[in-house]
Each structure stands twice: as structure tokens, then as C-alpha cells.
Design a protein around this ligand. Structure first.
Ligand code: GLU
Length: 473
């Protein structure tokens, strides 16, 4: 069997974090089974589906590394085909014309409500013959849902589930203005795209039962269904704005690495033993739908941040620097930093990376931690940092300067030896020199390890910054 999955987002202005997780599972399933993942943009709502909204989805998927196969299908381009299939269903008697007016439908609903039943279409037009229908009356085309029996979904995540057919409405396939509905378009497109597996949120479960009936009425193969639980917030409610960011672009701006986010998203509801840090290659190797849980997963922002920190720390310095630089235009404080990024600064950043990444959880933390590298002389010294720069400290900075300038090879080791020799010679506690040095070199009271700071800045810049704050003339 050729495995073909699909991701079928409706453009809303961003790629939703839950949608990204659905895309990831479709992508993994396809990659794990040497299949394809196709992308269909469900853009039939022409007001919402702006080019920007479509672009946001494509860009979000690209950033997350979830490449689709074959050409993108734009659903609005397939409308004629959907209409043709609606007519076919009409001809075979699997669908019928319904001329009930909006008021009649409302009255029907009202009656059902009063009788304590689920409001739905009561089948008034179901048995009408063409002769019963006035030629000029506006009509919709409804699907003739079997009145009895049940529809069974052998769901790969939820297990075998039966839905009584009398719970399913005679749904509309074609509206009175001739436009197809979601229910029809999805079936036709999935069939035409050769989709073998439909993996999507469990809010679509009842839709799947309806769609299965449409496939059967058309004599088409029914795809395999897998309904994944939705993502909830920490309080157990469906993930919404009040829990945190929903758009993938916001996660990018917060400085998450796509590989870390992929890892976090796959762990939301899917597990492989106790493994937490799972590379993409391992995910592909281990992924199976059976291992996806049935219960909704809770989004834990702290956990995502920790995981991101782990990815940052284990990444090679040069690779991290490249990713960091590429991410700058999208980070909150990145564009400003990008303007100052000379080749010299890049060299300093690379030297500093080991120290910088040891404390960073996001790329934005790296931006903050690397500010000292970009700072212009004479440095602005923060109040807390200025406090330790008293006369004695300034005199020691001058003393240390004379030792540092003699270093022949500027390495973290020679720097450390020199500073320790100075403090020992002066019978000073290490902090008595490290703190003022930190103030002079970074303008702040927090920074990466002090030897790393000197190493990253290089001899010339280090000496110049010390000179600015010491009593050297
Ligand atoms: N476009 C639908 C959505 O965004 C998904 C359709 C489907 O998966 O069948 O929810």
C-alpha cells in the first residue's frame, strides 16, 4: 500500500501550534513508512484565505522542517470537481435536493428542541421525487444518511468506535448558491490526492463517520483514520490564547529551535519508553500511531523551555552560531543585534558561545547574554555593576592590565593563569578582581564565566575596556 498522509489547514493568519503537531504526526507517519505527506490548503473561505495567511502556513511548516511532497493543492481550485461529484451522488440516489427554507429548518430545530431531541434536519425532502420539486425553487443537495445501523471507524488511535447513523444528519453537500461544503470537498480531495491515512484532531471524529458514508456511497476506498487528542493547557481546558502563544511564528520569535519544538510536540501524546530527548531520526524510526495516547496532552511551557535549553547546550558552537544568526531577524530583540553583526563580532560570538549557551534556554537568552559583546566603548555601566568599581578595584584593574598585556597567546587557559597569579600575588579573594573585571568588561554584574568573557572579547578590546574603567593614564 502506498502510504499518503496529508495536512489540510484552513488559513487563519498563522500556523496553529496544534496544527503544527498534527502536521508533524502526519509527516512522521509518512517518513516512517516510506510514504508521502501532502499539503492541501483549505482555502474555500475566500475572505479569510489571504495570500499572507497561506504564506504563514507554508513558512511555519518550512521553519519546523516539515516538508511536504508533490505540489500543494489549493482547495478552491477543485470546486468544479466537487460539484461534479455532488451531481453524481444525486444521480445515483445517494443524495437528494432539499428545498426547505431557512425558516422551515429553524422551525424543525425548534420542534426538536422542545421535544428534547438533538436539533437536526428531519428528512422532509428525502423521499420527494423530481416532480414534487418546483423547477425554480432554490435547493441544497443533501446526503442521504442511512436511517438505521451504525458506522464503524477502526481508528488507529481511538480503537474501534461505532456511531449510530440516526445520530448523523442528512448533511448538506452543495449549498443553494452552488458551493460545496467542507464535508464534500474533503472527501473528494482526499480521494483525488490518493490519501491512504487521515491523521487529524479528534474534534473531527463525527465528521469522519459522515465522510466514511460518502466514500462508501461513491464506491471509493475509505482511508484509514487516526484521531489524535487535542492539546490542552495546564488547567485541562482546550489550549487557547489565555494559556500562551498559539501561532508557530510566536514560538520562533521566542527563540525556540525547530528541532526542540519538534521534539516537544511529538512528546505531546506520543511516547517511546521514558525517552524525552528524541532526535528527528529516532522519531522517524520509532514512530507508530498505536503509541499515540488517547487522553488530551497538556502543554507545559516550562518543559518546552527546558528541552530547548538542552538542545542549545548540546549543539556544536559553530552550528549554533549559524542558527542563531539566521534566527536574528525573527527574534524579539534580534534585528537590532543583526545590524551590528560585523565579521569581528561573529568571531567574538563564536569564542563566547561555549559560555553563552551554558545558561541559555532560548535564542532570546543568547541575545541578552551576548549584549556585552556588541557593547560600544566606553561602556555604560549598570548601577549594581558600578558599585564594585571603587578606587581600590580600579587600582587592581590597572595592576591586572599590566599582567594581561604581557600574555603572548590569548587563550582561556593563559588568561586564567594570569588572573589567578595576580590575585595570589595581591592576596586577594578571586571575587575581588572578578567582579570589577566583569563590570568593566560587560557593564553588568552578570555574565558568562569571566575567563570566557576575556577570551571572547580578545586582547585588544579587553585591554581597552579595562583601561576605560581603571586608573591608568
Ligand atoms: N481544514 C480543517 C481544519 O483546519 C481540517 C480538515 C481535515 O483535516 O479534514 O481543521
Amino acid at each position: 500500500m502506498n502510504i499518503i498522509t496529508r495536512f489540510a489547514p484552513s488559513p487563519t493568519g498563522f500556523l496553529h501550534i496544534g496544527g503544527a503537531r498534527t502536521a508533524l504526526l502526519n509527516w512522521l507517519f509518512a517518513r516512517a513508512n516510506s510514504g508521502k505527506m501532502r499539503l492541501r490548503i483549505e482555502d474555500t473561505d475566500r475572505r479569510r484565505s489571504t495570500p499572507e495567511a497561506v504564506e504563514a502556513i507554508i513558512e511555519g511548516l518550512g521553519w519546523l522542517g516539515l516538508s511536504h511532497d508533490d505540489e500543494i493543492i489549493y482547495q478552491h481550485e477543485c470546486l468544479e470537481r466537487h460539484k461534479q461529484i455532488a451531481r453524481r451522488l444525486l444521480e445515483t440516489g445517494a443524495a437528494y435536493k432539499c428545498t426547505c427554507t431557512a425558516q422551515e429548518i429553524e422551525a424543525m430545530r425548534e420542534r426538536a428542541r422542545k421535544a428534547g431531541k438533538t436539533p437536526r434536519y428531519d428528512g422532509t425532502c428525502r423521499e420527494k421525487t423530481p416532480g414534487d420539486i418546483p423547477a425554480d425553487a432554490p435547493f441544497v443537495i443533501r446526503f442521504k444518511t442511512p436511517a438505521h445501523g451504525q458506522t464503524i471507524i477502526e481508528d488507529q488511535v481511538q480503537g474501534r468506535t461505532a456511531i449510530a447513523n440516526d445520530q448523523l444528519d442528512d448533511l448538506i453537500l452543495l449549498r443553494s448558491n452552488g458551493t460545496p461544503t467542507y464535508m464534500l470537498s474533503v472527501v473528494v480531495d482526499d480521494h483525488d490526492m490518493g490519501v491512504s491515512h487521515i491523521i487529524r484532531g479528534d474534534d473531527h471524529f463525527t465528521n469522519s463517520a459522515r465522510q466514511k458514508l460518502i466514500y462508501e456511497a461513491l464506491g471509493w476506498d475509505v482511508p484509514v483514520f487516526a484521531h489524535i487528542p487535542l492539546i490542552h493547557g495546564a488547567d485541562g481546558a482546550k489550549l487557547s490564547k489565555r494559556h500562551g502563544a498559539l501561532g508557530i511564528d510566536a514560538y520562533r520569535a521566542m527563540g525556540y529551535l525547530p528541532e526542540a519544538l519538534r521534539n516537544y510536540l511529538v512528546r505531546l501524546g506520543w511516547s517511546h519508553g521514558d525517552d524525552e530527548v528524541i532526535s528527528t531520526a529516532q522519531m522517524i524510526e520509532w514512530f507508530s500511531l498505536e503509541a499515540v495516547g488517547k487522553a488530551p496532552a497538556r502543554f507545559d511551557f516550562a518543559k518546552l523551555e527546558n528541552l530547548n535549553g538542552i538542545y542549545i547546550r548540546k549543539m556544536d558552537d559553530a552550528e549554533l552560531l549559524e542558527k542563531f544568526i539566521h534566527a536574528l531577524p525573527y527574534l524579539e530583540a534580534g534585528p537590532e543585534l543583526l545590524k551590528q553583526l560585523t565579521p569581528d563580532m561573529k568571531t567574538r560570538l563564536l569564542k563566547a558561545m561555549k559560555g553563552l549557551k551554558s545558561r541559555a534556554k532560548t535564542l532570546n537568552d543568547l541575545v541578552t547574554a551576548s549584549r556585552f559583546i556588541f557593547a560600544q566603548r566606553p561602556l555604560v555601566i549598570e548601577a549594581k555593576a558600578a558599585k564594585v568599581l571603587d578606587d581600590a578595584a580600579r587600582a587592581h584593574l590597572a595592576g591586572l592590565y599590566r599582567k594581561l598585556e604581557k600574555i603572548s597567546e590569548w587563550t582561556p587557559e593563559t588568561i586564567e593563569t594570569t588572573i589567578r597569579a595576580y590575585t595570589a600575588g595581591q592576596e586577594l579573594k578571586f571575587g575581588k578582581i572578578a567582579q570589577p573585571l566583569r563590570s568593566a568588561l560587560t557593564g553588568s554584574s552578570v555574565s558568562p564565566g569571566i575567563f570566557d568573557v576575556l577570551y571572547a572579547l580578545g586582547r585588544e578590546e579587553t585591554l581597552a575596556r579595562i583601561q576605560d574603567q581603571s586608573q591608568l593614564s
